[in-house]
Design a protein around this ligand. Structure first.
Ligand SMILES: Nc1ncnc2c1ncn2[C@@H]1O[C@H](COP(=O)(O)OP(=O)(O)OP(=O)(O)O)[C@@H](O)[C@H]1O
Ligand SMILES: [Mg+2]
Length: 261
């Protein structure tokens, strides 16, 4: 069975770090991993060790005007009326424009997805929405979406066919509040499995407090990732943070494997 995992949460909680660590773990296991950077403030390629020379030449899909025009029949920014394809062909875009990260992970940078409520009816949105919804999957594929912080971007097109929504929580009340809102919205949008991942946890007391805040809302904690100085060191040194995976990620994966049955 294919697996599509979305990673969300408040700003700075560790979404990109967790997405990269998971991508690396699945890839090491021989899975074909597509890591999708759905955050306009793109940082997933760096976390996955895409070399700087490659990174600075990455064009987000939303800025590929020729591609968007070729697929939808309309060019972003020009007057296009309503005569363009809302279901453009996207199945080859990942193979064509994805770049390679560590462990052979394919990284695709989406660029800006207009918020579902913004009423944007434009060719670039049509391509991004199609790609998010129809990322081509076979049984060897794992797709991991590193989402934009917060919940404004959450909508049907970004959550359709998501098997697991991971909501990252750090030891802060604001991140808990955001997580609970995201979890509620994801469930409303039909995501069957919503799991919390506690990150940057310093001690048992912090873990307990976070669990006490989440438990009453029925949000399952699937993994607890300790505060890890080596992640910060890797980040500062410009090294891929995906290489610093840990036991918690293995546990998280085990839980998701169970959910796939
Ligand atoms: N378990 C951890 N221990 C220590 N530092 C961590 C841990 N997880 C993440 N960090 C650090 O926290 C910072 C934010 O992490 P990251 O970029 O993954 O968060 P994010 O949620 O993707 O942020 P943004 O909302 O800006 O996209 C980084 O400097 C990262 O190295
Ligand atoms: Mg991020």
């Amino acid at each position: 069975m294919p697996l599509k995992i979305a990673v969300s949460g408040k700003g700075g909680v560790g979404k990109t770090t967790v997405a990269a660590m998971l991508a690396s773990m699945y890839a090491k296991d021989g899975m074909n991993v597509v890591a999708v950077d759905a955050d306009p403030a793109s940082s997933l390629p760096a976390a996955l060790g895409v070399p700087e020379g490659v990174r600075k030449n990455i064009v987000p899909l939303s800025d590929m005007l020729d591609v968007i025009e070729e697929r939808t029949g309309a060019r972003p920014g020009e007057s296009y009326g309503s005569m363009f394809s809302l279901n453009p062909k996207v199945d080859d875009l990942v193979d064509r424009y994805g770049v390679r990260g560590i462990d052979g992970v394919t990284v695709m940078v989406l660029g800006t997805i207009k918020a579902p409520g913004s009423g944007c009816f434009c060719p670039e949105s049509a391509v991004l929405k199609s790609l998010m919804s129809h990322l081509v999957l076979d049984s060897e594929h794992v797709v991991i979406l590193d989402m934009e912080a917060g919940l404004e971007h959450l909508g049907r097109s970004t959550t359709r066919s998501v098997d697991v929504m991971l909501v990252i929580v750090e030891p802060s009340r604001r991140s808990v509040e955001t997580a609970l809102k995201i979890a509620g919205m994801a469930r409303e949008l039909g995501v069957r499995n919503v799991l919390a991942v506690l990150n940057k946890v310093s001690d048992d007391a912090q873990e307990r407090e976070l669990r006490d805040l989440l438990d009453p809302h029925g949000l399952e904690v699937a993994a607890v990732i300790p505060h890890d100085a080596s992640l910060i060191a890797a980040d500062l040194a410009g090294q891929p943070t995906a290489a610093v995976g840990g036991q918690a990620i293995a546990l998280l994966r085990k839980r998701m494997d169970e959910l796939r049955i």
